[in-house]
Design a protein around this ligand. Structure first.
Ligand code: ATP
Ligand code: MG
Length: 338
């Protein structure tokens, strides 16, 4: 069973990424062959600073290792080091419907947020994401809820490729997504109608994995709730529902258990205090390990370089097969396959 997922190096990762994705990456190492990619080529689709991007690889690598990724048990690499992703993206563009890309929620949201330039990269992004996943003949993709639409596209691209070029044979594996039952969509604490986000979102409403404990507590204490008092999950009570889910995941219990415990609470203040304490405790060891790991950039680079060479072996074999099926390039020049 092969597991693959990608994560953006931009900015500092938040509680939504940790709960929706990173925790699943860690547990994936026990369930199959796990491959995780820091997606620098995705990060360049919105305005960015090249020097910041370079630094952010090491920030994120240290963070992922601190959270529990183990290079002995997974492949962790940087997307831009494995050029097969970009070529496969181009090839797969030929089996991707333009209208579908234009209708993607993420494209619509992120293009609206651009002041100067809506890059073509922002539109094509989901095809690169499909290439990322399909290059590894992935069975399962651990992601948050916001990626459901992109994964559906990936599945359709694989199916269309298999139909068009392989007579229906499953040459590109149609992957399944793995979205957590609780915490698949952590909401912004200041605006619980929007997901917590790396590039959008409010500063006060976003808890970063590496925030100081006092900062985390302050942000949670100030979380927007509603004027009621009942501590239950309800579509009308998005702020409270969000806190219940965060508390449940942070303590490793179910949301029902949280609701039960909170029956004796005096009000939302108790819920916020309990959530703050649980989140601080969950993230404390990650933050401590991060500080240790981040100081040694050479070791972090070594992890990524080694990961890239292991990833390339798999991706180049898939790419050779795709080129061959599509009739691209000189015949008999299959790269990576014997
Ligand atoms: P952006 O908002 O700029 O797209 P992001 O916060 O979504 O950034 P990504 O690197 O794109 O960060 O996402 C990494 C993983 O985190 C993805 O699997 C995504 O589904 C998951 N994720 C992102 N936000 C949340 C959230 N609020 N709750 C749960 N999972 C999330
Ligand atoms: Mg995202």
């Amino acid at each position: 069973m092969r597991i693959f997922s990608g994560i953006q190096p931009t900015g500092s990762k938040h509680l939504g990424n940790y709960i929706g994705a990173i925790r699943q990456y860690v547990s994936g190492q026990d369930r199959g062959e796990a491959i995780y990619c820091i997606v620098d080529l995705h990060a360049i689709t919105v305005p960015y600073d090249p020097a910041d991007l370079r630094r952010s690889f090491y920030d994120l690598t240290a963070l992922l290792l601190a959270a529990g990724l183990d290079p002995q048990r997974c492949i962790l690499f940087r997307q831009g080091d494995v050029t097969e992703h970009s070529e496969l993206c181009w090839l797969l563009c030929s089996v991707t419907e333009l209208g579908r890309l234009q209708r993607m929620h993420q494209f619509r949201d992120k293009s609206l947020a651009q002041r100067e330039l809506v890059s073509a990269g922002l539109l094509v992004y989901p095809v690169l994401q499909a290439a990322d996943v399909l290059a590894y003949k992935t069975n399962e993709v651990p992601v948050g809820e916001d990626q459901r639409e992109h994964l559906e596209l990936t599945r359709d691209v694989a199916r269309r490729f298999n139909q068009r070029f392989c007579g229906g044979e499953e040459v590109l594996i149609v992957p399944e997504h793995k979205i957590p039952e609780v915490g698949a969509r952590i909401m912004d604490l200041q605006d619980p109608t929007r997901k917590m986000s790396t590039t959008g979102g409010s500063t006060e409403g976003t808890v970063h994995v590496l925030d100081e404990p006092e900062t985390i507590a302050k942000k949670l204490r100030r979380a927007v709730t509603d004027s009621g008092t009942e501590i239950v999950r309800d579509p009308e009570k998005r702020g409270v529902t969000n806190l219940i889910e965060i508390l449940a995941v942070s303590r490793g219990i179910s949301p029902e258990q949280v609701e039960e415990e909170m029956k004796s609470a005096r009000g939302y203040g108790d819920l916020k205090a309990a959530t703050a304490e649980a989140v601080v405790e969950m993230l404390r060891p990650v933050r401590e390990r991060y500080i240790e790991l981040r100081s040694d950039e050479a070791s972090l680079e070594a992890v990524l370089t080694d990961g890239a060479s292991r990833a390339r072996e798999i991706a180049s074999a898939t790419l050779a097969e795709v080129r061959d099926r599509m009739g691209v390039g000189a015949p008999g020049t299959l790269r990576g396959v014997a």
